[in-house]
Write a protein that binds this ligand. Sequence first.
Ligand SMILES: [Zn+2]
Ligand SMILES: [Zn+2]
Length: 308
Amino acid sequence: MNRREFLGSTLAAVAVARLGAQDRPAALWGGPVLDIHLHLRQNIDSDFDHIEGCGVAKAVLLTNVNAQDRAKAAMAKYSRRFVRFASVDVTQPGAVDLLTAAVKDGALGFGEIKSQVEADGPEMRRLYAAAAELGVPLTIHFQEYAQPNSPGTFNRGLKRFDAMLKAYPKTTFIGHADAFWANVSADYANDTAYPIGRIVPGGVTDKLLTAYPNLYADMSANSCNNFLNRDPEFAATFLLRHQNKLMFGSDCGCLDGRGGTAPGAPASRLAGKCVARETLTVLKKLAPANVFKKITWENGMTLLKIPV
Ligand SMILES: [Zn+2]
Ligand SMILES: [Zn+2]
């Protein structure tokens, strides 16, 4: 075999491996895993490399309305491995119309919604009404404390969010990001992104999840990983208590599902690690097998109505 033939056969083997992998159940975690929070990347193969690398069977591509075609291309190329949500800056004119069109075209939800507004302001209220009308959930990034990797504050006012959960009972809300997870502890004062130390029971997030059937939780990113690790004893009881409302997600930016990062990637608590792997590992440790299965597969598949 000369060099060209060798290269040709190697590339063919890689292509076959990629295609063959599309239906391979993820063996790493003892069952299939759904990642409800993965962002569309510049290159759709990179999204696939990520889910393959960390043992994820299926991922929700949270994608701006302007990039829905690229999400569709990923779904077409890697059959049954991706579904999509649609996101938009809610302050832009026609935001609701753009989201509605994306859902009518196959997006399964709104998200993630990350705009510099009040969570109970008029822009968000329009979205809550539209999501209920369309029968799709929406994922909200709650952030009260600006940080270098995410400057600004977004969907402010989780502490008074019960009013929205009450006012929009037909809307399915999925909470995400630092304020959502920091508020599991009753002493959170919006003064840091990733608080550490023992949880003070009775926090806003815990109470809202208990009181409102229309609120679910997205366990992605440093924010939830930090929550799971700061007080594992408390976290284990939380996982049991809310086992039907928690959904695994990664929000991971690593390249290969193994923690490989691009040069110049921002430093963080999980630098050099894959958030998906880190969070799945701690979930596996803290949750009984049946609860792990609900959180990493069943809850999301049911809520998003993804055909098995
Ligand atoms: Zn976010
Ligand atoms: Zn990763």
